[in-house]
Design a protein around this ligand. Structure first.
Ligand code: C5P
Ligand code: MG
Length: 212
């Protein structure tokens, strides 16, 4: 997929930073297709006949990263399906092989970043939601009361924080060095954070990051 036709914004931030919440709002306003790597992995884990179900289950419970081939294949397939499904759409950014994507919770590790850029599509920007570990922990424990997620418990959360620091912070540093990171403080209310996130997206469509 060519970045001239397909706009990809990676959405990163620690677990509980508000990636999913903010992506839902951006979809409603800008006609993105929102792909959450974690959601795609959870769906694949329970898909009948999946060869990777057990592997994914173990990684999610342990808070470790699923081997990149699995996740990149799921994303590539979902992107192609969205572009094909909306081929005749008149929505801005879609039709004639074009598309715009928010890829949430990806890339979580350098190997995923390099491989995706090389084999799927170069991303326009990383939208990075930043807040403190105290805020993340409080949100995840609150979410855990109703999310039904196997990894929203104190033991898994500790492991996810560690994986995030060791594997994902270097990804953010890599794209920051290329001038491709917009950091948004996500400590505030959903509404306040959204105001900042939507301004970043408007900058992307205005071409602010194209020259980098
Ligand atoms: O993003 P989310 O918190 O939903 O991800 C849940 C889990 O899915 C992660 O803790 C990790 O085990 C796995 N994952 C992954 N690679 C990604 C995204 C998620 O291995 N790019
Ligand atoms: Mg999520």
């Amino acid at each position: 997929m060519h970045p001239a036709h397909v706009t990809v914004i990676f959405v990163l931030g620690g677990p509980g930073a508000g990636k999913g919440t903010q992506c839902a709002r951006l979809v409603a306003e800008f006609d993105f297709c929102h792909l959450s790597a974690g959601d795609l992995l959870r769906a694949e884990q329970t898909r009948e006949g999946s060869a990777d179900g057990e592997l994914i289950r173990t990684c999610i419970r342990e808070g470790t990263i699923v081997p990149m081939e699995v996740t990149i294949k799921l994303l590539d397939t979902a992107m192609r399906a969205a572009i094909a499904a909306r081929d005749a759409a008149s929505a801005p950014g879609w039709g004639a092989g074009r598309g715009r994507f928010l890829i949430d919770g990806f890339p979580r590790k350098m190997d995923q970043a390099l491989k995706f850029d090389e084999t799927v599509c170069t991303s326009a920007l990383v939208l990075y939601f930043a807040t403190t570990e105290e805020v993340l922990l409080a949100r995840l424990l609150e979410r855990g009361k109703t999310s039904g997620r196997e990894d929203d418990n104190a033991a898994s959360i500790t492991k996810r924080f560690r994986t995030y620091k060791v594997n994902t912070m270097p990804v953010i540093a890599h794209y920051a060095a290329l001038g491709k990171v917009a950091e948004v403080d996500s400590t505030d209310s959903i509404e306040a954070v959204y105001g900042r996130a939507r301004a970043v997206v408007e900058d992307v469509f205005a071409g602010k990051y194209n020259k980098i």
